[in-house]
Design a protein around this ligand. Structure first.
Ligand code: HEM
Length: 423
């Protein structure tokens, strides 16, 4: 399934806790799968655990390590408590490449997800205008047609890689549609997004800094064009928004653009691929989905997939959690990949159950100020895609086990070979 590594030996010791250099953000770890056995052990015995990082091994950070927060309850509490926890101080991303400079990390601070109130509150109000139920709902018909076109084209090839034939296109189209990016520029957008996110995987060779500069420039130009010549679209709304006397300037729009392409693209793609893989591993659930199309399936797919394994916060004050003192300035990793399998919250957490209800997973974050602004758009995309798959390729089967992405915090699949089952 996700990762079968045993966490404790027969004496109940946890070898990984003693292992020199063990790091829950080591890209080699997620390449194997979410370390579910180790997380289960932490939730039970050390829910706030210090993960030491040797000098130069902090994925861009130089502070000796971070606290691993593994329980659902603690992750939700921290996410909801902006008074004690900051994303501005060290950003939300817990791991970059080891040789990332402070200047490069500082650039990411202009992004919404890396801001604290009051800047965050104000910016989020503006950005939310792109995600009103009306704006998202308006895309449904078009995205439904896109999902069916994508699946039909994949089916015509008989067999192939589900990631590239099915999962990649819809999330990208959704963002491009939302922001009014013309068809001709969409491939560029996808390449930039990939380069920015996959630096840890040796199969991807493009420079992430160049890609982010290019995407920033693209957003900048788009904002400038709409300022000069307003249109009836979201970009115009965002650059002309007047929320408490503020709008997004060109650079801010550029950073928002980066955030959306990255946040909405990889994540939804991986949710769709993990979801398909889960259905292929659990044929009874696929049969059930085809027959009943339960709405609860969508959140179970997101829980199961947990496309973002972890984001981080930094303590603004000394804080105690589960009896452990966390000092002001220290970082904590909110491991959604642990919370979503917390046996105190989910019955039978390692069973993929599309009827699961309630399903208070933290795949979109811990219900705090940074809760995923695109959650409803993502849910709609996943729903449209699986309905199209169930209608058009009901007999799809798996040809090989998925090949996983090597990444410090994204739980990704880069290849899933399938037979679409269409004669
Ligand atoms: C299954 C797909 C998705 C997953 C698993 C996901 C996950 C997340 C998570 C974990 C966060 C951080 C929450 C927190 O810190 O409390 C987040 C924030 C965010 N997401 Fe998503 N996301 C998905 C899809 C999308 C889509 C489709 C978009 C937009 C097109 C989007 C845009 C954003 C933005 C802008 C933020 C930052 C919000 C803020 O800082 O206020 N996401 N997402």
């Amino acid at each position: 399934m996700m990762n079968g590594a045993a966490a404790s030996d027969s004496q109940g010791k946890c070898p990984f806790m003693e292992q020199e250099g063990w790091d829950f953000t080591n890209p080699d770890l997620l390449e194997q799968g979410i370390p579910i056995a180790e997380f289960a052990e932490l939730r039970k015995t050390a829910p706030v655990w210090w993960n030491e990082q040797a000098p130069g091994k902090g994925g861009g950070f130089h502070d000796g390590g971070y606290w691993v927060i593994s329980r659902h309850k603690d992750i939700r509490d921290i996410s909801k408590n902006a008074a004690d926890w900051s994303t501005a101080e060290n950003g939300a991303i817990i791991r970059f490449e080891d040789d990332m400079s402070q200047d490069q990390i500082d650039v990411t601070k202009a992004i919404l997800i890396n801001q604290d109130p009051p800047e965050h509150t104000q910016k989020r109000k503006i950005v939310s205008r792109a995600f009103t139920p009306k704006a998202v709902g308006a895309l449904e018909e078009k995205l439904d047609a896109s999902a069916r076109r994508i699946v039909k084209a994949a089916a015509e090839s008989g067999k192939g890689d589900f990631v590239h034939q099915v999962a990649v296109d819809l999330p990208l189209e959704a963002i491009a549609d939302l922001l009014g990016v013309p068809e001709a520029d969409r491939v560029k957008l996808f390449d930039w997004s990939n380069s920015m996110m996959n630096a840890d995987d040796p199969e991807f060779t493009t420079d992430p800094m160049t890609a982010s500069a290019e995407i920033l420039g693209y957003g900048y130009n788009m904002a400038e064009a709409r300022r000069k010549c307003p249109a009836d679209d979201i970009v115009t709304t965002l650059v002309n928004a007047d929320v408490d006397g503020h709008a997004l300037d060109e650079a801010e729009f550029g950073f928002f653009f980066i955030l959306l392409t990255v946040a909405g693209n990889e994540t939804t793609r991986n949710a769709i691929t993990h979801g398909m893989n889960a259905f292929l591993d659990n044929p009874d659930q696929w049969e059930l989905f085809k027959k009943e199309r339960p709405a609860t399936a969508i959140d179970e797919i997101v829980r199961w997939a947990t496309p973002v394994n972890v984001f981080q916060r930094t303590a603004k004050n000394d804080v105690e959690i589960d009896g452990q003192l966390i000092k002001k300035g220290q970082r904590v990793g909110l491991f959604y990949g642990s919370a979503n399998f917390d046996e105190d919250v989910f019955d039978d957490p390692y069973t993929f159950n599309i009827m699961r209800d309630p399903n208070p997973h933290l795949g979109f974050g811990g219900n705090g100020t940074h809760f995923c602004v695109g959650a409803n758009l993502a849910r709609m995309e996943i729903s449209l895609m699986f309905n199209a798959l169930a209608d058009l390729v009901p007999d799809i089967t798996k040809l090989e086990q998925p090949r996983r992405l090597r990444h410090g915090w994204i739980n990704g699949i880069k290849e899933l070979q399938v037979d679409y089952g269409v004669k």
